[in-house]
Write a protein that binds this ligand. Sequence first.
Ligand SMILES: Nc1nc2c(c(=O)[nH]1)N[C@H]1C(S)=C(S)[C@@H](COP(=O)(O)O)O[C@H]1N2
Ligand SMILES: [Mo]
Length: 510
Amino acid sequence: MTSRNLPGPRPYGPAAGIAAGVLGLGVAELIAALAGGASPLLALGDRVIDLTPRWLKEAAVATFGTADKPILLACVALVTLALLGVAGALAVRRLALGAGMLILLGAVDIAALLADRAGNGTAGIVALVVGLAVGIGALGLLTRPLRVPDRAPADAEAPEGFDRRRFLVSATAVAAAGVAGGVGAKVVTARRHPATTVAIPAVVSPAAPLPAGAELRIDGLTPHLTPVDDFYRIDIALLTPRVDIADYRLKIHGLVDNPVELTYEDLLAMPLYERRVTICCVSNEVGGDLIGNATWTGVRIRDVLQRAGLDPDADAVKSTGADGITIGTPLEALTDGRDSLLAIAQDGEPLTRDHGFPVRMVVPGLYGYVSATKWLTDLEVTRFADFRAYWTDRGWSAEGPIKTQCRIDLPGEEVMPGERTVAGVAWAQHRGVSKVEVRIDDGAWQPATLAAEDSIDTWRQWTFRWDATEGEHRIQARAYDRTGTPQTETEAPPAPDGASGYPTRTVTVG
Ligand SMILES: Nc1nc2c(c(=O)[nH]1)N[C@H]1C(S)=C(S)[C@@H](COP(=O)(O)O)O[C@H]1N2
Ligand SMILES: [Mo]
């Protein structure tokens, strides 16, 4: 009494598994959102990010750039759906097998929630357990009419008397209820964090006017100031954290005389400084674009640290973001007089969520992974010997001064013969760029013309006139910092402390 007369195996089992799983997940997401806990799905994605080995993460960033996160989420979703399908197929044979598979998947997710970086996993776990129970119940009901006797052939997935229409209607309804739960979770989360408008008070120390000639205005050359919308974004947050200004607290503690807790208003009431600083990512390849220059407004970090009073034994600050990241910064870079800021605004507007709203760190001269903490919630004054930061745990250097580098933006890969403009940007934050040289086809190094210097904390545009002759040519550039040291010729990958080598552009002239 089997379905031998039906053509081939039917997707009913997998469909039932996916529908039931989607319902369970939707229920879990909704309850987690209502309880203000971590999202079970995103926790899974976060764990995948944390466990991804360095080489794979670099390859992902290199291949997909900023699209690496949506792609990762899509992969997690696809794998989850596939496993739910397997659970459904198993449930057709025996419900306990399918239920066991769902419990296994739930256990993996619970492990991910237990490791929630922001320590917000408990409510998520409760939500997941409820979702799991609902999912198993739905799996049982959906697969009941499909369950085949033990000795039935393997391809028999729809016994006689199975009402296909009825199954499709109920499976669709179950899956739709799950999707509704997920949408509901999004609505609940958005409601809990209403958009707030913030007025940035007047600054006591505005940025110096941009020197004439710092922006060369050449088509195709990177502009001196990077618009917020074009600013590179690198972080481990699958979903940018939503931090409410009303509940915002910045804790300053550790090796201090008196721990301090500051609200957002407290920060706004302190003297505000406005500075242009170029920040960049240690993952930037030679010639890459994980770098940007902006005007930041904020409180000086040393002013905040002074309010707490520093223990002379301290040599580091461990900062924490609302995404749960920890970042270690040399105390010296925060107190030696450079413009290290707790920024609240970028280009005069409150920070965007992508770039760290409401408060982030900006430290001239250090790669972002050791200094530029977004969604900042905690500053612990400590010693490098006493902690490990998120990326130091993953093989990156504990300290990350920016390496002198430059990039060739122009010309394109194909040009006509004649006088051509070679141009780009060079950076050596907090040392300053003093010289850029260009060589063609391994010839002699020739000086490029530098744009006016904005400050030693910003990059500098440069240009070079090139008499392009027919054929294929190789253009290379190198920058010097103000100590007279040229950038390193030896090629090195981004890990563990920043890429080096000369940027190269091959151009076909003709
Ligand atoms: N909270 C938090 N802050 C963070 C990160 C992060 O993952 N989480 N990434 C850092 C890295 S590696 C860089 S390069 C800069 C990038 O800042 P941006 O995204 O505003 O350009 O932020 C830093 N601050
Ligand atoms: Mo970075």
